[in-house]
Design a protein around this ligand. Structure first.
Ligand SMILES: Nc1ncnc2c1ncn2[C@@H]1O[C@H](COP(=O)(O)OP(=O)(O)OP(=O)(O)O)[C@@H](O)[C@H]1O
Ligand SMILES: [Mg+2]
Length: 273
């Protein structure tokens, strides 16, 4: 039996006082088990609580109700940098350090011995084809290259779990497809557990072992879709009829949720309109 890496149990997240007009119920009774080495995508309309759920798993805050455990250890608003690394949409590289110095800082923070820093950093940079840019500063790289470095840094710190919040959202479609292929390769090579947030249906199908489709806010898990395809995935997978079928299935599940979200974000319709 495959071991569970992350167990989310009956998680509810409320922001603000329930009696206040601006109180928000972001997540409502969400339960999800993620196996070791699994790639799970959270797909759902804007504001349905995807980032909130990721932040709870990462220990950035404690849920209003429910629990989250990582490797059997309760994550209760306590980050576990030895187990979990984050990769965000915006590259979080320090602009005044070179690429490799940025890796050194992350590895130092992780408590990795200095003698290992260069080898680990260069191995991760090679894996994403960026080794020759190790001495460049972030501003000397394109947005796509920066995000590739950002992803490699998340991987090189050696945590078993990687939480990725729309890491490719700022990139053009072609670049994100190539980075998706890189990520699938890295997943196959490292066996990491990845929870990935995206708005791209194609990206979700291309990368995931399972896709958790969420409802409009308050976010619940609407359905889980299995994608039975081994990693590393080839771009040919996107040409298979099964790929389009899965993508369409995701869209059919999401359409009503997106409509509900858009309706809730509009001014109320005047009576008789
Ligand atoms: N710290 C906070 N304080 C108050 N409300 C918050 C806070 N963080 C999130 N929210 C609210 O909780 C809801 C869920 O937000 P969240 O950022 O998790 O959504 P999301 O699914 O990641 O959206 P997007 O796809 O736009 O990134 C939103 O209504 C948001 O305004
Ligand atoms: Mg978000």
């Amino acid at each position: 039996m495959t071991e569970t890496a992350i167990s989310i149990r009956n998680v509810t997240q409320r922001f603000g006082d329930a009696n206040q007009a601006n109180a928000v119920l972001a997540l409502d009774d969400v339960s999800l088990d993620i196996k070791k080495g699994e790639f799970v995508c959270l797909l759902g309309p804007s504001g349905c609580g995807k980032s909130t759920l990721l932040n709870i798993v990462g220990g950035l805050f404690k849920p209003t109700q429910g629990t989250c455990t990582v490797d059997g250890r309760l994550v209760d608003g306590e980050p576990h940098p030895d187990k979990i690394a984050f990769v965000f949409q915006e590259s979080t590289l320090f602009p005044w350090y070179t690429v490799i110095e940025n890796f050194h800082i992350a590895l130092k923070f992780q408590g990795i011995a200095k003698s290992e820093w260069d080898d680990r950093a260069m191995a991760a940079l090679r894996a994403v084809g960026m080794a020759s840019f190790a001495r460049h500063y972030p501003e000397q790289l394109s947005v796509g290259m920066r995000q590739r470095v950002n992803m490699a840094r998340g991987i090189c710190v050696g945590t078993d779990i990687l939480l990725m919040d729309e890491p490719f959202a700022a990139l053009d479609e072609q670049t994100r497809m190539v980075l998706g292929e890189d990520l699938s390769q890295l997943l196959a090579a490292t066996g990491k557990t990845i929870v990935f947030v995206t708005h791209s249906l194609a990206e979700a199908v291309f990368l995931s072992d399972r896709i958790a489709v969420m409802t409009a806010r308050p976010g619940k898990i609407k359905t889980i879709i299995d994608v039975n395809e081994p990693h590393p995935r080839s771009p040919d997978f996107m040409l298979e009829p099964r790929f389009s079928e899965l993508r369409n299935e995701c869209y059919a599940l999401l359409r009503d949720e997106i409509r509900a979200t858009v309706a809730a974000q509009r001014d109320p319709q005047p009576a008789g309109a």
